[in-house]
Design a protein around this ligand. Structure first.
Ligand SMILES: C[S@@+](CC[C@H](N)C(=O)[O-])C[C@H]1O[C@@H](n2cnc3c(N)ncnc32)[C@H](O)[C@@H]1O
Length: 554
């Protein structure tokens, strides 16, 4: 019997959790791109496109972006085909669950208190993803599952024609999300109900009944209403007026009661656009292709954008992303997609004035995402939501690669600082590893970063002598403290109360896994099956075992 009492999903390798190295991100200015001039005051330039495995990328973002992302959308591999031909389904399913668990846990940390995570998925893993997300976010923070009609045509070659995908929505804190969730804009049909036949300066209105049920009324709601032209209106049986006489007279004086063009009709109350709760529509859970597009719509847009590139197999339509971002974010908010594909999320976020971060591991980062965003920035992408967002171009993004691992093995098998690191990179990497904000000072050579106003970090590959530390200690003074990371030191540490001395790489060796560049869905990352139970572990009564075991006992 399992000693754990909580309900949970288990899989092979669930207990293996990678100890991730917080890598630095290195900008490649040749691949970053900005509009040559401002198009509007709202232009956003500091968006980020990161090329590399998203697990390491999310870890790299953790320090700076914890609690800062308003809306995360991910469209991970659905785990449909077989990625590992020689392995059975259970292993493949387990790899997928581990891959998702590790990433989802990091993603959750990035969300603002009112933030939400939206995940596209199909039938294959939907139920497992729900249980996994329940474990990570907590069941009360499940918001909904949206059904998206991803195709309109029938697929006759299959037993069922799969017409929909799911988008599963969780909030970091459901109440926080509910408080900021935006309604959808009013449909044309609702808008057409608002008119302005009397040129009311307050704008378009529709009328509602001025009557209420008598049973709910107080004494002051029973009276004969006299219209401005003197017509008397008597209450029908079983009704009272919605307003007291005093309030009704005020409303009549303000022109808020409608007696028809003739002025003699039964009085009705004018409700202005935005006053009736009609300021927007509550989003529903079935999203139709006619409203948010299909996979085909997205492919057509793809073809228009990159005529020469291979068409991306499963892009999402911009209209779908537009709806998600409308509901879950506002202009200026930060949006993140760590399975960027052809870059739909970033393109739509850009057109909607949201800041964005995208991560992509494959070459599509260069063949699809960069050219697409350049077109968006240059105002040359006329498809998708360009028209509905009135996008004209502008802004930009910075392109980053993941930095190398800080440590590598030398020819004797010892961990040493990687030769790829220059002093600035080293200082930044150690700051990140040790939880200091990297902020090198131009004036003070030993201030590479800080954890509080008075606590600083200095990273150097030198061997620190007593004299060097003495000088450093004097400069730091009594009111500040400094952690010194150095290759070695020849001094009595106790002599300097304001300094803490640490050796690199020795002090950081156990912090995380070094030199591990690939955490993606690859055969070499497969989990190990747990060892066969020993006879002692396996000695439950035969009758009981036969109830719980899959194979027969005898
Ligand atoms: C289904 S596609 C996303 C499509 C995207 N929504 C669009 O509209 O273009 C999934 C993407 O995730 C990327 N991906 C898969 N594993 C990844 C990983 N470990 N790190 C970063 N990207 C990854 C794949 O390369 C693929 O481009």
């Amino acid at each position: 019997m399992n000693r754990r009492s909580k309900l949970e999903l288990t899989w092979i390798g669930k207990e293996n959790r990678p100890k991730l190295e917080p890598r630095i991100l290195i900008e490649d200015p040749d691949l970053s791109y900005h509009a040559p001039h401002r198009v509007s005051e709202e232009d956003i330039f500091d968006n980020r496109l990161i090329f590399g495995d998203n697990l390491l990328a999310l870890k790299a973002l953790e320090q700076e972006f914890t609690g800062k992302v308003k809306c995360i959308y991910i469209d991970p591999p659905y785990n449909t085909g077989s990625a590992f031909e020689l392995y059975d389904d259970g292993i493949e399913h387990s790899v997928w669950l581990s891959l998702m668990r590790d990433r989802l846990m990091l993603l959750r940390r990035l969300l603002t208190k009112d933030g939400s995570l939206w995940t596209s998925i199909d039938d294959t893993e939907y139920p497992y993803l729900r249980v996994l997300l329940d474990e990570i976010f907590g069941r009360p923070n499940f918001v909904t599952t949206v059904i998206w009609e991803k195709r309109k045509t029938r697929e006759n070659r299959r037993v069922f024609s799969f017409k929909h995908d799911y988008v599963v929505v969780y909030a970091l804190e459901k109440k926080g999300f509910e408080a900021v969730r935006n309604p959808l804009p009013l449909s044309e049909e609702v808008l057409s109900r608002y008119k302005n036949p009397d040129d009311d300066p307050r704008g378009r209105w529709q009328s509602i009944s001025a009557l209420a049920q008598a049973g709910h009324g107080t004494k002051s709601q029973f009276y004969t209403l006299v219209a401005p032209n003197g017509t008397e209106h008597h209450l029908p049986e079983g009704n009272c007026w919605r307003y007291t006489q005093e309030r009704m007279n005020e409303a009549i004086a303000e022109g808020r009661i409608w007696f028809g063009k003739s002025g003699t009709n039964v009085p009705r109350i004018k409700k202005y656009l935005g006053e009736t709760g009609d300021s927007g529509l509550t989003p529903e859970t079935i999203w139709y292709a006619d409203d948010v597009g299909t996979t085909d719509t997205a492919k057509k847009h793809s073809l228009q954008l990159f005529a020469d590139a291979i068409v991306f197999e499963t892009p999402k339509p911009e209209e779908l992303m537009h709806r998600i971002l409308l509901i879950a974010s506002n202009p200026g908010d930060l949006v993140l997609d760590s399975f960027a594909g052809s870059g739909t999320t970033g393109a739509v976020a850009h057109k909607m004035g949201r800041r964005w971060i995208m991560v992509e591991l494959e070459e599509t980062c260069h063949t699809h995402i960069i050219p697409r965003l350049k077109k968006v920035i240059d105002g040359e992408d006329t498809g998708g939501v360009t028209e509905s967002t009135e996008w004209k171009g502008g802004g930009g993004f910075r392109y980053y690669r993941l930095g190398p691992s800080l440590l590598e093995k030398d020819c004797y098998g010892n961990w040493v600082i990687s030769k790829e690191f220059n002093p600035a990179m080293l200082a930044e990497a150690v700051c990140k590893l040790e939880g200091f904000v990297y902020a090198p000072s131009d004036e003070v050579y030993w201030q590479h970063g800080q954890s509080t106003e008075t606590d600083f970090i200095y990273v150097t590959t030198q061997t620190m002598t007593h004299e060097m530390l003495e000088q450093l200690s004097d400069e730091v003074g009594e009111k500040r403290s400094l952690v010194v990371y150095c290759a070695a030191f020849r001094a009595n540490q106790a002599a300097f109360a304001n300094l803490t001395l640490k050796k690199i790489p020795k002090t950081v060796l156990k912090k995380c896994e070094w030199g591990h560049d690939d955490y993606s869905l690859e055969i070499k990352n497969l989990p190990q099956a747990p060892p066969e139970p020993t006879p002692e572990e396996d000695e439950g009564p035969k009758a009981m075992r036969s109830l719980f075991d899959e194979g027969s006992v005898e």
